[in-house]
Every structure is written in C-alpha cells, then in structure tokens.
Design a protein around this ligand. Structure first.
Ligand code: ADP
Ligand code: MG
Length: 702
C-alpha cells in the first residue's frame, strides 16, 4: 500500500491548514486518497463551439465565440442587472449578470471578441439569455493549453466563499497527481483487467480528472464504477459465505404429509409459476443444513401469504413449529382468518397472539407453544415477549419487514439455540439493484407475477377542470354497486395540517354527494382507534359508498368491493406511496380505476411520476423509476439496513447493468476461491481487507 496516499491533506502543496480544514469539514476529505477519489459529478465539453442559431434552452452548458456589445446596466426595484449582447455571424444572444456587476464592467471591452460558456434559458420578452456566463477574451483563451472536457466538482457555499470552487478543486487534483508521480496502486488483478477490458486504475484516475476526449472519459468512468460496485459485492458475498459456514441451520429434508395433503387437497387454485419457483428456492435452502435468511419480495396481491404457508408446512412436516409476525393488529387478524380457512380440516393448531388478547387467554397459548401443541403462531410484536417460548421453532416469517427494526428481527433468532430459518416478506418493492446492494448478504426471491384473472387497474390523470366529470364517473360506479376511496395527502408530519386538508375535502364531497342518498365514512390518523374502527366497519359493510381518508388506509384495508381510488393533490405523493394506495383497489373481480387529481400545471418531475403511474401497474418498474427520480437515499427500507450507501462514482439508479455484471463476477471468483487464497487474487484480498478496516473506522466514528 502506498504510504503517500495516506498522507494528510494539509501536507499537499498549496493546500495549507485553512483549506485543509474546509476540505475536512465540508467534504470529508482527510487524506490524499480522499481527494483523489473525490470525483467530478459531470464534465462539460469545451472542445466544441456552437453557433448562436444552434442554441436552445434545453441544451446543457454550451461554448460560443463572438463579439460583445450593448453593455447596459438596468436598475431594478430590488436588483440591478447588467446585460450585454453576444453576436456571431448567425445571430445574437443576451448575456446577463445580477452579481459582480462592477467587476464584469471592468473586464469587458465592448466591440471585442470573447469566448463565452454557459447555459441558455428562455426568458419572457427577451428570448434566449445566458445568466452568469464564464467569459474570457479570445487572446487569453488561445494562450491556454487545450482544455477539452472540463470536470465539475461539487463544493459548498462555505468553500466557495474561500475560493474553493470547482476550478480550484481541479487545480488541487493537478497538484496531487503530480505529487503522486507513479504511486497510484492498482486494485484489480491483471487477469481481471484483461478479461473485462478495464483500463488501469492510475490511468482511470488521471482521465477522470483530466480527460483528453470523451472516449477516454467513458473508459475511466466504467473502470471506476466497476471497481466500486465490485468490491461492495465481493465484501457482501464473502460475508454471506462466512455467515452460512458459521451458522448451521436445521435440515428439513422432508416434504411430508401436511405439505402434500395441502397441495393436493386443500389448495383452491393453481399456484402461479412465480410462487412455485420461490417455494422451490426456499425448499432448497432449508434442505441444505445451512441457515436460511431470505427476503421475499412481491407486489401487493402477488400471493406471498400462501408461499409463507407452504414454508410453514415444510417445518411442521419435519416436526417443528412456525411463526408469522406482522406489523399491525388488522393484518394479524386477516392472516389468522385466511390461514385457518386454508388449513380447514387438517388438524393443525393455529393461534393468534396480539396486544389486545387478554392475559388469561394467553396462558393456554403460551402453554401450547411450550409443549409443542401449537403448530403455527400468528401475531404482532406480542410474539417477541419473553413469555413466548416455543418447544421447537423451525421457521420465523416476518411480513412487511420494513416496519420492523433490525433489533426486533434479532430477537426472533434468540428464541431457540439453533436459530430458526428466517423469511422476511415485503410488498414495498425495493428495486432489485438496491436490494442486491443493501441486503447483499440476504438471499432474495421475487414473485414477479400476479395470479391470473386480475384485471390491471386503469389509472388516469385529471385536474380540477375535469372535476365534474370525475364526480359523474363516481356516481356511475356507485350506481353499479361499487365503493370508492378518496385520499388526501399528509402534507407535513403535523396531523393538524393533514386534518385541515381532509376537512375541506369532506365538505366538498358532502356537497357533491349529499345525504341521505350517499353516505361517507371518514378516517384520519388523529381519530381514536374505536372511532376509526367504527368508520372502517361502516365502509366495509357497504353502508358508506365513499371513504374519505388520509394515508392511514395505506396498509391493511381490504375491501374487495372498492373499485375506485381517487388520490387528491397527487403531486404531493411519492411514486411508491401512490402505488401502495392504488393497491387498495383491484382486489375483486370488477374492473378497478385509479384517478390522480392534480393542479393544472405541473413541474417536470411530477409530470414524470404521474406518467409512470398511468403507464404501469408493475411495482418494481415503479420502484426503479422512483429510485432514478429521487436517488436511493429516500427509498423505504434503506435506512434500517445499517449500511452506508455512499457511492463515490457509481449510481444505483443508473448503473444497474454494471452492478448485475460485477455481482456475477464476484460470485464466480468466490465459487472457485472462497477465501481469496489464490495468488492471482491476492490484490483482491488485500484491497477488501483495507476497505473493511476503513468501514470499521467509520462505524467507530459515527
Ligand atoms: P400479498 O402478496 O399481497 O400478501 P396475498 O397473499 O394476500 O398477497 O394474496 C392475495 C390474494 O390472492 C389472496 O386472496 C390469495 O388467496 C389469492 N391468491 C394467492 N395465490 C393465488 C393463486 N395462485 N391463484 C389465485 N389466487 C391466489
Ligand atoms: Mg400480504
């Protein structure tokens, strides 16, 4: 390892203590290596000149050359501004400054030629205009070494105030790379460079900070992204191997009587291919003698419960008990009812344990668990209490796992000396790539198919101008016997804001759907649980045709007769949340609809979200799109993972193909050489060790 790269940043020429402090505090740059791997977030092409008549507002930054004239200072009520015209032989365009006006006035000599670089915007009344362009006289520009592609680095306000803007960072990179000479060690073995057509690390580093041309830049980016994602995967897969070797699991070799009887005599429908595949994957896991730790993802309604039931039956066939834990009382009830119905007549004891079950009624359940009488236990957090002791628990299943913390999951493990197999299920689709990175040491199964006969929900977009038509449609649906949800956003965490919004909604609904012809149920988060239950029941029994609600109905409401979901102020919802809400309808045999109401003019990203919702019902596609639009940090489920996803160059949204690829590469390597002992893999071993050491350090600090 190169000692030079570990040098503190303040010892780099031209940095000094003041700037070192800024780099430490603002960008977490402490060492030379930190700076070297502080990569630009984009590059702009300064090798090309555009003509003014080629420019439009939807182009990125462009470079122009021409004569500057008509320098003019315009006083404003609050701000003055300086404008000028730039002219070439194809036309003219406005340049404008709001700050630094005096300096610019000093620099620019009207009538002379300048190289101008900036982003054109369309401005009312004055056409195209470039705010705050970079500007340089043609003479000065000619005397500079060819710049070509220019890197842009993120910096903070505090840094800019002290002159540490993007250009200055690039200068530091220049000093750094000179100081390093040839001390940029390679982190991938030779055979990998050859086999996967990767350029050397040293070349990639140089090219990312100082690319000569686009081709070189894209090779550098690929190499660095490859490396970054590869080591994450290698580390995770290696940890998985270690865990599997260290933790023996129960062996369930048998597919026995219960499983078979259920499959042949009780199952009211054919399993989907996806369900069969997942059951096979799980069966295989549980027969190996290794401990299973598996995440099962499947969209709302894809039939995860049934898969869970099959797994529980395998455990029971092998003489073990099983548990299913869910986040809410309502869900626990639902599962309990449906599983009891499935198992009707099979002589298995299924029990329900939730917070609302009275102490004295728990005693026989506890007893039955201890003496092995109870085969399946379904419940909420109550399952985790100390009194709950199993005779022999073989599998613990958790539904909607993102609602439980890591600590709670760990508690389940400790219910037995040999930990039970673990299956966690989620309907909040985590994009495959993210699951791979975040839950890299879990196995992931996916049900990517809905049971047959489900009609896809038809989703459309409407604004207030179409409200009367929406009301008319609602009345038609009600006349046909259907029920309707109308959901208002929870704007802030503050429930009072939320309530206000809902109140307006209730008023306007009451006007359009007057009593006694129509009945409304109203549910929001601020209500007493008993009132909430009453209103829910009112709707469930069909006494109300419309339920006006906040997002509290997101989880656990199951009314098959409800076929229309109206989401008000849909612009305020994230994609995943809209998808979850939409999942409340489409549960019965009828065609279902979702209408997204918004204000008339929408921003670009809102428009994209609405479009995706109207185009697809596929939760995974939506999750992927969500990740691309928002970045992975906000996606539900990542916070609990406990892993920092601080990527320096790769993007989980955009680089999914590379991620898939490097995961396969890492798998191949570990298949042949699980401890990285081969000489050809020495570099991998040491680089991974060094990275783990850094991670440990990171954990200690934070
Ligand atoms: P989720 O994955 O959202 O938990 P559920 O397990 O609740 O979905 O299943 C939704 C509904 O689909 C249930 O009523 C279930 O009985 C039904 N179902 C499950 N699998 C099938 C299948 N293969 N064919 C038809 N219906 C199915
Ligand atoms: Mg479910």
């Amino acid at each position: 390892m190169s000692k030079l790269l570990d040098s503190e940043i303040k010892y780099l020429k031209t940095v000094g203590p003041k700037r070192a402090e800024l780099l430490n505090e603002e960008l977490d740059i402490y060492t030379w290596e930190d700076l070297m791997t502080y990569f630009p977030y984009r590059h702009t092409d300064r090798s090309k000149f555009y003509k003014i008549n080629e420019i439009s507002a939807n182009m990125p930054m462009v470079q122009l050359v021409g004569k500057i004239s008509h320098l003019q200072e315009i006083p404003g009520k609050r701000f003055r501004r300086l404008t000028a015209k730039l002219q070439d032989n194809t036309g003219q365009i406005e340049l404008v400054w709001f700050r630094g006006i005096n300096i610019i006035k000093d620099i620019i000599k009207p009538g002379q030629n300048y190289v101008v670089f900036g982003k054109a915007n369309l401005v009312k009344n004055s056409g195209l205009s470039i705010p705050h362009p970079e500007i340089e006289s043609v003479e000065k520009w000619k005397n500079k070494p060819a710049t070509g592609l220019m890197p842009h680095y993120n910096t903070s306000e505090a840094m800019k105030k002290n002159g540490l803007h993007s250009r200055a960072i690039q200068k530091l990179q220049e000093v750094l790379i000179q100081s390093l000479e040839n001390n940029i060690p390679e982190t991938l073995p030779d055979w990998m460079l050859k086999k996967y057509h990767l350029i050397k690390r040293a070349d990639a580093i140089r090219a990312i900070h100082f690319p000569k041309h686009v081709d070189e830049l894209s090779k550098a980016e690929y190499r660095l992204k490859f490396e970054e994602l590869f080591y994450i995967q290698l580390g995770m897969l290696k940890a998985k191997i270690r865990r599997k070797a260290a933790t023996p699991g129960y062996v369930f070799p048998e597919i026995g009587e219960y499983f078979n009887h259920f499959y042949h005599n009780q199952l009211p429908f054919e399993l989907t291919e996806a369900q069969k595949r997942v059951i096979r994957e799980i069966r295989h896991d549980m027969a190996t003698g290794r401990h299973m730790n598996r995440l099962l993802q499947g969209d709302v309604g894809s039939g995860k419960t049934l898969v869970a039931l099959f797994c529980m039956l395998i455990a029971i066939d092998n003489g073990f008990q099983a548990s299913l834990m869910v986040p809410t009382e309502v869900l626990a009830q639902q599962h309990f009812q449906s599983i009891k119905k499935f198992l009707d007549g099979m002589n298995l004891r299924v029990e329900l344990l939730t917070g609302s079950i009275k102490r004295k009624d728990r005693v026989p359940i506890h007893e039955g668990l201890r003496n092995g009488d109870v085969n399946i236990l379904i419940g909420t957090h109550a399952l985790l209490e100390d009194e709950v002791q199993f005779q022999k628990i073989g599998i613990a299943i958790i539904d909607e796992q993102h609602r439980f913390g890591v600590a709670q999951r760990a508690k389940l493990w400790k219910k037995s000396d040999t930990p039970p197999h673990i299956l966690v299920m989620t309907a909040t689709p985590i994009p495959r790539t993210l699951a791979m990175t975040v839950y890299g040491d879990l196995d992931v199964s996916v049900i990517d198919e809905l049971p047959p006969g489900r009609k896809p929900i038809i989703t459309s977009h409407a604004t207030d101008a179409q409200r009367l038509r929406v009301f008319k449609f609602m009345k038609e649906q009600i006349a046909a016997g259907r029920q309707i949800y109308v959901v208002y956003p929870l704007i802030y965490e503050s429930e009072s804001m939320d309530y206000k919004h809902l109140e307006d909604g209730v008023e306007s609904m009451l006007r359009a759907f007057p009593r006694p012809e129509y009945q409304l149920a109203v549910v929001h988060g601020k209500m007493k649980p008993t009132d909430k239950d009453y209103e829910m029941q009112f709707f469930k029994e069909g006494k109300a045709q419309i339920m006006v609600a906040t997002t509290v109905i997101e989880v656990g409401v199951d009314v098959p007769n409800a076929s229309v979901m109206i989401i008000e102020s849909a612009e305020r919802f994230g994609l995943s949340q809209m998808h979850q809400l939409r999942g409340r309808v489409g549960r019965g045999a009828e065609q279902s609809y979702c209408i997204l109401m918004t204000k008339p003019s929408l921003g670009e990203s809102t428009k994209q979200r609405i479009d995706i919702m109207c185009r697809t019902n596929d939760g995974f596609e939506i999750a992927e799109a969500d990740m691309k639009l928002r970045g992975p940090g906000d996606i539900e489920g990542t916070q609990q993972s406990g892993l920092p996803i601080n990527l320096k160059i790769a993007s989980l949204g955009k680089d999914q193909q590379i991620l898939q690829f490097v995961r396969n590469v890492a798998n191949l390597i570990l298949d042949r050489d699980p401890n990285l002992e081969a000489e050809a893999n020495t570099v991998l071993k040491y680089t991974l060790q060094a990275q783990n050491k850094n991670k440990l350090l990171w954990r200690k600090i934070s």
